[in-house]
Design a protein around this ligand. Structure first.
Ligand code: CA
Length: 253
């Protein structure tokens, strides 16, 4: 067994840093969108923008975001409806709504629908930045079940997985096996542990079945450099993710 990685590399398995986040801005006013994008990018966030509710729902299906800034007054379905649909499918992404309507009823309606905060237009962008930071801090506590392992993102709240930012299709048991592996990175998990953890499934589960799920997971994950090692006679171990590109000469400290 030769390991080509000789230099120390930065393991990427971690719940995301609280200081920056991936934000989705849903706003049809292009000058406001430009201002928000500039300010939030300067704050260190990754920002994506869409101008209507349908596109927002599509983007949220395809990509994991940490927070959404959602305008209420949108062409087509409005922000309240976007929020209602998200919460109806169990999407718990933190949402800050923007409303031009100062009516207290609107704010209450937004919060009742599951918004985490709101701002009334017009507002000062630095105040929005501060509220976004506060929501991220709160949001990441709530979302501590989101794990990142190299190019793999795994969200136990939304029950979704992304590989290289693309949704990764996993059968329910593959998902459960992967979750256990992610909770034990660089630690050997015995086949018995898998079987015990999956006993809420109705059928009996054999060691052979675990092998099948592992082999399916390998087929999906190994092309992206994520390795599940067999520990003969005992079980499996998800290896720490090491980017293939990390050559010894490129690591300088
Ligand atoms: Ca608007």
């Amino acid at each position: 067994m030769s390991d080509p990685i000789t230099a120390e590399v930065q393991p990427k398995t971690a719940v995301q840093e609280a200081s920056s986040a991936r934000l989705l801005i849903v706003e049809d006013d292009s000058s406001l969108t430009a201002g928000l994008t500039r300010a939030l990018t300067l704050d260190g966030h990754e920002v994506a923008c869409v101008a209507n509710g349908e596109l927002a729902l599509e983007r949220l299906q395809a990509t994991a975001f940490d927070l959404m800034v959602l305008d209420v007054g949108l062409p087509g379905i409005d922000g309240f409806e976007v929020l209602r649909r998200l919460r109806a499918i169990g999407q718990r992404i933190p949402v800050l709504i923007l409303t031009a309507r100062d009516a207290i009823g609107d704010r209450v309606h937004g919060l009742d629908l599951g918004a985490d905060d709101y701002m009334v237009k017009p507002f000062a962008i630095p105040e929005l930045s501060a509220r976004v930071r506060a929501l991220i801090r709160r949001g990441l506590v709530d979302h501590s079940t989101r794990a990142v392992h190299g190019p793999l993102e795994f969200d136990t709240v939304a029950r979704r997985t992304f590989l290289n930012d693309e949704p990764l299709e996993l059968a329910a048991r593959e998902w459960a096996v992967l979750q256990i592996l992610l909770e034990h990175v660089e630690k050997v998990v015995s086949k018995d542990t898998f079987i015990e953890s999956l006993t809420h499934w109705t059928e009996d589960l054999s060691a052979n079945a675990i092998e099948v799920y592992i082999s399916r997971l390998r087929a999906k994950l190994e092309p992206a450099g994520i390795r599940i090692r067999t520990v003969r006679g005992f079980g499996y171990m998800l290896e720490e993710y090491r980017p293939a590109a990390a050559a010894p000469t490129s690591v300088v400290r």
